[in-house]
Design a protein around this ligand. Structure first.
Ligand code: SAM
Ligand code: DTB
Ligand code: SF4
Length: 339
């Protein structure tokens, strides 16, 4: 049977979710090995270049102006500050630098400043990624010219559940932006969030949407909701962690050649849960102490974890594997406490 395909039926996806865990993980791991080095993980570093006061109402997001989350709003960062953060990310071993802004969509004047950031980061020899909200055709063209490698824009959940999470932009708006990114020949990074109180049918719906796009997104971030006090989704019931692992495995099987990123929520996960996610086929993470506004395991903790798992970090300059170099013994980091 053809492995990379865009005609996934709901019943097929339901059948994958219904497999015994060992059968599902075996299938996912087998697929993973056909397309990737099974012991290699791609690492990206995030930076919030414009924080807070967002006009949108995404129910999970600490940056929406509608919710009091105690977050300080900030202006668009100056280019030199962004360059300093990118340099530090590269030194830490990151191969991709992702810049995020709390916008509904970028203003053309602001986009020019972001273009300078993209050019500067590229000159350092890192891949660039942006997430700025909805884009017009003109804007995607401008970003392509600037040399942008990836654009992140998540579908977040199924079309059916979407309306109970966000009201200020539609599912179709998101699909339209993703199509513009694809048409401009920029790599697509798109995924979603689990643990928002959705049903398994919604997780199935999300994965079906992603896998049936005309081309699979090159990167598929799977976030576990980070519950932030003040947001409508804070207090959502914790999802079953094994169901989260299942979703990663199903994503791996449906989109075998894509990087599946174990994204937000790792700070709340045990090392053992993360290890299961890697076995299920996750092969990318956000690296560094901070996501956009919330915390992430520190680089030392991750290095120690990768060392314990024999996982190598994909190198930024040549796409080759570099040994995880760490003078940090994992014992100092395995207490279960995060930094
Ligand atoms: N404002 C832009 C937009 O939404 O298109 C870009 C930044 S936005 C923060 C990027 C993505 O981060 C969201 O689509 C969502 O999937 C994810 N995200 C935001 N808050 C989150 C949270 N509390 N937990 C998990 N993922 C989150
Ligand atoms: C994605 O899927 N996850 C990242 C990135 N794309 C932009 C964002 C996670 C944000 C988590 C909440 C925060 O730190 O503000
Ligand atoms: Fe704004 Fe993006 Fe947060 Fe939605 S997810 S409120 S668009 S920053």
């Amino acid at each position: 049977m053809q492995e990379i395909r865009q005609n996934w039926q709901r019943t097929e996806i339901e059948a994958l979710f219904a497999l015994p865990m060992n059968d599902l993980l075996f299938q996912a791991q087998t697929m993973h090995r056909k397309y990737f080095d099974a012991n290699e993980v791609q690492v990206s570093t995030l930076l919030s270049i414009k924080t807070g006061a967002c006009p949108e109402d995404c129910g999970y997001c600490p940056q929406s102006a509608r919710y009091d989350t105690g977050l300080e709003r900030e202006r668009l960062l100056p280019v030199d500050e962004v360059m300093a953060a990118a340099r530090a990310a590269k030194e830490a071993g990151s191969s991709r630098f992702c810049m995020g802004a709390a916008w509904r969509s970028p203003k053309d004047k602001d986009l020019e400043q972001v273009v300078d950031m993209v050019k500067g980061v590229k000159e350092m020899g890192m891949e660039t990624c942006l997430t700025l909200g909805m884009l017009s055709d003109q804007q995607t063209t401008r970003l392509k010219e600037a040399g942008l490698d990836y654009y992140n824009h998540n579908l977040d959940t199924s079309p059916e559940f979407y309306g109970s999470v966000i009201s200020t932009r539609t599912y179709q708006d998101r699909l339209d932006t993703l199509q513009r990114v694809r048409d401009a020949d920029i790599n697509v990074c798109s995924g979603g969030i689990l643990g928002m109180g959705e049903q398994q049918s919604d997780r199935i719906g999300l994965l079906q949407q992603l896998a049936n796009m005309e081309k699979h997104p090159e990167s598929v971030p799977i976030n576990m909701l980070v519950q932030v006090e003040g947001t409508p989704l804070a207090g959502s019931e914790q999802m079953d962690h094994l169901e989260f692992v299942r979703a990663i495995a199903v994503a791996r099987i449906m989109m075998p050649a894509s990087y599946v990123r174990l994204s937000a929520g790792r700070e709340e996960m045990s090392d053992e849960l993360q290890a299961m996610c890697f076995f299920a086929g996750a092969n990318s993470v956000f690296y560094g102490e901070k996501l956009l506004t919330t915390s992430n395991p520190g680089a030392n903790h991750d290095k120690a974890l990768f060392k314990r798992l024999g996982i190598n970090i994909m190198n930024s300059d040549d796409g080759m594997t570099s040994e995880v170099k760490s003078d940090f013994t994992y014992k100092a980091c395995s207490s279960g406490h995060h930094h």
